[in-house]
Design a protein around this ligand. Structure first.
Ligand code: FAD
Ligand code: NAP
Length: 513
């Protein structure tokens, strides 16, 4: 039986009883009238999600083989994932990766289909039937919960939602965070926590030149927040942020740092000492010195907390009207409501001590607690992936798709990349490397014959018919470019690089003009 016939019979089974779409399949034509049952079998790959992982996977596939065709399906009408909706508005240089992604999207062997929610509009199984391989790169759109009483009070937000709100993520438009209090507590000490702290405390003159949304800018203009405490369960030598982001906080105009000297006990000594620890029961001295990035980060923290600044810095700090600081060795146990139970009024923090040292040190409760008054709590303890389709293996404990170098376990033809593959850590460069690894695994499987490409696959032609039947109209990359240019024009009018459209409806309206 020829490969085309095989495909036809397979697809007939798959679509038995379907109308226009089935007729198309049986006759070997797509809805556009083009024949798709060609006998030449170039690998057709579908990528789910158009964040860095999706685009870097596509880029590597296209560059490495001259015959690979890649289609990217994206839930939103706009591409680029967290580069658009996560990266802080005052970090425009980070968003330059969009230029590389745009080149990939415009490649003749790459197509973008926005406004397609995989798992809802089309299943992963259907995509697997239509393509030789499917790469899941849909990121981590949920967040870890702190899991303490009071987490659902007004005035308590996840960093994921707060970031989504100031960056114009349509699902976070209604958040309208209450910024009418003086003190905000951020839980977690990673780079997202520092992004949030910076946005809460930055002078408006800085923010209004960025692509932060207009409603966020207006709310921040009215904000009463004057003090931001960034709370971590472990110590200064375990903070998860990086030095560039810490330095930005230290130098943030109009603010001064305020730390607790006692939190730094033993840190100067630890910086000097060559570590000695017990590994597998053996005492190993001089195992290794601190890694250089950790050493520099700790030195900057120490300097900020302990050193008496020079005259110029002293003057700057004296004139500051806003305060920020790290609080260490503290775990939240409860968020309190005000007497009317309408909003948060404070947080109870359990005091910890550390067991062990270095990155692996564990926070252990001491039994002491401390209450902090605050009207705003933002939990920034990490994002989290969710399953989107019951047919795809999912490790609920680690919240990732179980995989080996991007090959999804027990699911031939299915791959994953980005935060869905590794969990929600790593910068764009890390995501790029892990996405290239996934693309390499896929191509190795093509070369070794593990991934069967002997039968032609219909790819987007059949998926487009399916979507049409379901009333879903994808947004193409040139549709996105209409949104892009409108947003830039709107931004230009008010001195910003872009003014984002805030609803899916608005985006679709512009895309279809
Ligand atoms: P994402 O970027 O989240 O992309 C996933 C895409 O999948 C999204 O477009 C989403 O809409 C789409 N999707 C989701 N579900 C579906 C579905 N069912 N069907 C179809 N599509 C779907 N890194 C840096 O290097 N510099 C920074 O300054 C920086 N700032 C950051 C700020 C924040 C707040 C966060 C959270 C991260 C930041 N990072 C930064 C890290 C960087 O954003 C990540 O490494 C990277 O975005 C992960 O890429 P991803 O493609 O796996 O996920
Ligand atoms: P992160 O770097 O993993 O930091 C998470 C923080 O939450 C850590 O301080 C962690 O403390 C704490 N935490 C986790 N679980 C906790 C719990 N149950 N209770 C209390 N605290 C808890 O995550 P992130 O800040 O969300 O950032 C995600 C990734 O994006 C990171 O790789 C980050 O570098 C990157 N990013 C980069 C930039 C940038 O380059 N400018 C900006 C934003 C984000 P422990 O260490 O004790 O677990």
């Amino acid at each position: 039986m020829s490969s085309c016939r095989l495909l036809q019979s397979e697809l007939k089974l798959w679509t038995s009883g379907r109308s226009k779409w089935t007729r198309g399949l049986n006759e070997g034509i797509g809805w556009s009238g083009k024949t798709f049952l060609s006998t030449s079998c170039c690998p057709k790959v579908c990528i789910v999600g158009s964040g860095p992982a999706g685009f870097y996977t596509a880029q590597h596939l296209i560059k490495a083989r001259q015959d690979v065709e890649v289609d990217i399906y994206e839930r939103l009408p706009v591409p680029f994932g967290l580069v658009r909706f996560g990266v802080a508005p005052d970090h425009p240089e980070v968003k330059n990766v969009i230029n590389t992604f745009t080149q990939t999207a415009k490649h003749s062997r790459c197509s973008f289909y926005g406004n397609v929610n995989v798992g809802k509009d089309v299943t992963v199984g259907e995509l697997q039937q239509a393509y030789h391989a499917v790469v899941l790169s849909y990121g981590a759109e949920g967040n870890r919960r702190v899991g303490v009483p009071g987490e659902d009070l007004r005035g308590v937000y996840s960093a994921k939602d707060f970031v989504g709100w100031y960056n114009g993520l349509p699902s976070c438009r209604e958040l309208s965070p209450d910024l009418s209090c003086e003190t905000a507590v951020i839980l977690g000490q990673g780079n997202v926590a520092l992004d949030v702290a910076r946005i809460l405390l930055s002078p408006l003159d800085i923010l209004k030149k960025t692509d932060i949304t207009q409603p966020a800018l207006e709310a921040l203009a009215e904000s009463q927040v004057r003090k931001v405490l960034i709370v971590g369960r472990r110590g200064p030598m375990q903070v998860a942020c990086t030095i560039k982001e810490l330095r930005e906080m230290v130098n943030l105009p109009g603010t001064r740092p305020e730390m607790v000297a006692a939190d730094f006990e033993g840190v100067p000594e630890a910086l000097k000492v060559v570590r000695s620890e017990r590994i597998y029961g053996r005492s190993l001295s001089a195992v290794a010195d601190l890694p250089r990035p950790r050493k520099r980060l700790t030195e900057l923290l120490m300097k900020t907390a302990m050193e008496v600044p020079g005259d110029k810095e002293l003057e700057r700090r004296k004139n500051a009207t806003k305060i920020w600081g790290f609080r260490f060795y503290r775990s939240p146990t409860e968020i309190f409501a005000d007497p009317s139970h309408s909003r948060t009024a404070g947080i109870r923090l359990a005091v910890n001590r550390l067991e062990g040292s270095g990155e692996r040190a564990q926070a252990v409760l001491t039994g002491e607690v401390e209450d902090v008054s605050c009207g705003l709590v933002i939990s920034s303890i990490g994002y989290k992936s969710h399953p989107i389709d019951p047919s795809v293996p999912f490790d609920s404990r680690r919240a990732i798709v179980p995989n080996s170098v991007g090959r999804v376990h027990q699911a031939a033809g299915l791959y994953c990349s980005g935060w869905l593959k590794t969990g929600p850590t790593g910068v764009i460069a890390t995501t790029m490397n892990n996405s290239f690894d996934t693309a390499r695994s896929l191509l190795e499987d093509v070369d070794s014959g593990t991934l069967d490409i002997s039968t032609a696959k219909p790819g987007s032609q059949i998926v487009s018919m399916l979507l049409e039947e379901r009333g879903v109209k994808p947004v193409t990359f040139s549709d996105w470019e209409k949104i892009d240019s409108l947003e830039m024009r709107k931004g230009e009018a008010c001195g910003k690089p872009r003014e984002k459209l805030l609803t899916v409806e608005e985006m679709l309206k512009v895309a279809r003009t």
